[in-house]
Design a protein around this ligand. Structure first.
Ligand code: TYM
Length: 487
């Protein structure tokens, strides 16, 4: 147990207060959203302790997780002119670290927002990255002597209503992209409560080696895939990322609140470093920051993506929180919209389906013969045993059966495995046909669109106009809040 945490514990014990310490999993991210999910509670039960610097010295503000600091109100309460978040170095003077400030145990005056007291129990930090303390806030103020005040606003959940997602132009779309992302796009596009934005992220495509001579064609091919799958430009804004240069400007502004070490430790970054050790560029490190700008420039609260993108969404939420706290903004905390196919396994039985692993994927443009050939190569076993495998090639095949032929069919096969034995040749034939049946109408629509490239280009042009209107508005608002306006 570290010193600070021991101090917190001692002070609570001395005051005779009821509290509970909970250990978080070792590999958990620093995101409060994720911690609250772990506790099975919503953000209104979280209490964040934030250290601010003013001209009169440092203070700690305690706010509920579903609220934002209203800096005007807080300044009024403190009777100060200047208010900024304490830097890492400043926190170190008090033995504190960014993001791990406990609710007591230091010599800094504390101010608690009244909304915290509306809850009987709250979860907050202990000074140790891996522990949370749960207690009654009314008990807490008896010990930490917090001054009460009203200095927060409830987060505007209504700023939701917008959905955004994107796919890189690294090759043709495969079943992973389709089931994990595009199916979600199609579902949300039909919901009149949402305004949908779907793009091809050509700038993110540049973060791994690419071919400049074919990029334009690849980008247009993904737009055609979107349309062929059923994205409808009268319902969704369909566009190309780099045609809205505001994304890049916002990414730079966002990069001012993110630390290099945080980005280097992301699992997605480490994976790319392993794949392309010769190409560890600044753009690769900045990938999630640009992605956060993509999302937040449209104030999107919902992002249909596969489960592999969760670490990037955590970064987007972290950026939103920091920008809101530091500059009094009201950016949403985007959540992932999950589909049934949020994790499509590789045909090879190890890891996920991915464009970068040959033999792992089926493209949306594959014909029946190609699908059969690819499935034929998927590894299997003797087809008989006490229990159907839960990992490896057979487990992947069963997952595909469930995704394309339904759960009943999967259960049938699992039963065969434990009784008469499973005949993979038949399973693969039927599965290939089921996959092709879903892809055939998409391929037919695609062929028509390929004959009408003028229409495709018109969609791209109009999409850019619509997207740019929203994006430039948000960018201006953020620049103003950051003090970058010279009108
Ligand atoms: P990309 O091109 O790597 O992946 C595109 C989408 O496909 C999903 N996906 C999968 N889903 C399930 N199982 C799989 N095997 C599988 N493989 C890929 C991904 O989760 C993703 O949804 N960083 C994004 C691109 C991006 C973006 C954004 C997305 C840039 N800016 C803003 C949303 C919002 C990506 O991974 O693309």
């Amino acid at each position: 147990m570290n010193n600070l945490m021991t101090k917190v514990k001692d002070q609570l014990d001395q005051a005779g207060i009821k509290y509970e310490f909970t250990k978080l999993p070792d590999d958990i991210s620093m995101d409060v959203d994720v911690h609250m999910k772990f506790h099975g509670k919503d953000m209104s039960h979280a209490m964040t302790n934030m250290v601010f610097k003013t001209e009169k010295g440092f203070i700690v503000a305690q706010r509920r997780g579903d609220t934002q600091i209203d800096s005007k109100e807080l300044k009024k309460l403190l009777a100060v002119q200047r208010l900024s978040l304490a830097t890492k170095e400043e926190l170190e003077q008090f033995g504190l670290e960014p993001g791990i400030v406990p609710p007591l145990g230091y010599e800094i005056p504390i101010y608690m927002d009244n909304k915290v007291l509306e809850k009987d129990v709250i979860y907050t930090g202990t000074g140790d990255r891996l522990f949370t303390v749960k207690l009654n806030p009314n008990d807490l103020i008896k010990v930490n002597q917090a001054t009460l005040g009203d200095f927060t606003n409830l987060e505007d959940v209504q700023s939701g209503g917008r959905v955004l997602s994107g796919i890189r132009a690294t090759g043709r779309l495969h079943l992973g992209n389709y089931l994990g992302a595009v199916k979600g796009f199609l579902q949300l596009q039909e919901n009149p409560n949402y305004q949908n934005f779907y793009m091809v992220v050509d700038l993110h495509t540049l973060t791994t080696p690419y071919d400049k001579d074919t990029l334009r064609e690849s980008v247009r091919n993904i737009i055609i895939d979107y349309l062929a799958c059923g994205l409808d430009p009268t319902k969704s804004t369909i566009f190309i990322q780099s045609m809205i240069p505001e994304h890049i400007e916002l990414a730079y502004l966002f990069s001012t609140v993110m630390f290099v070490a945080r980005m280097q430790h992301l699992p997605t970054f480490k994976e790319k470093v392993k794949q392309h050790p010769e190409n560890v560029t600044m753009a690769l490190l900045n990938y999630p920051v640009l992605m956060a700008a993509d999302i937040l420039i449209y104030k999107a609260s919902l992002v249909p993506v596969g489960i592999d993108q969760e670490p990037h969404l955590e970064v987007a939420r972290e950026i939103a929180r920091k920008m809101n706290d530091q500059y009094g903004l009201n950016l949403p905390h985007p959540q992932r919209f999950a589909t049934r196919g949020e994790y499509v396994p590789s045909l090879l039985g190890e890891g996920k389906m991915s464009k970068s692993i040959e033999g792992s994927y089926i493209n949306l443009t594959d014909d029946l013969e190609t699908i059969k050939e690819k499935l034929a190569k998927a590894p299997t076993d003797a087809g008989k045993g006490a229990k159907a495998p839960t990992e490896g090639g057979v487990a992947s095949l069963l997952e595909f059966v469930e995704l394309f032929q339904g759960l009943e069919k999967r259960k049938d096969y699992e039963k065969q495995y434990t009784t008469d034995g499973l005949r993979y040749k038949e399973l693969k034939e039927e599965l290939a046909q089921a996959i092709f049946n879903e892809l055939k109408p998409i391929q037919e629509k695609r062929r028509k669109l390929e004959q009408d490239l003028q229409y495709v280009d018109q969609v791209i042009e109009e999409g850019a106009l619509q997207a740019r209107k929203v994006a430039s508005e948000t960018l201006n608002e953020i620049k103003k809040a950051m003090g970058i306006n010279y009108d």
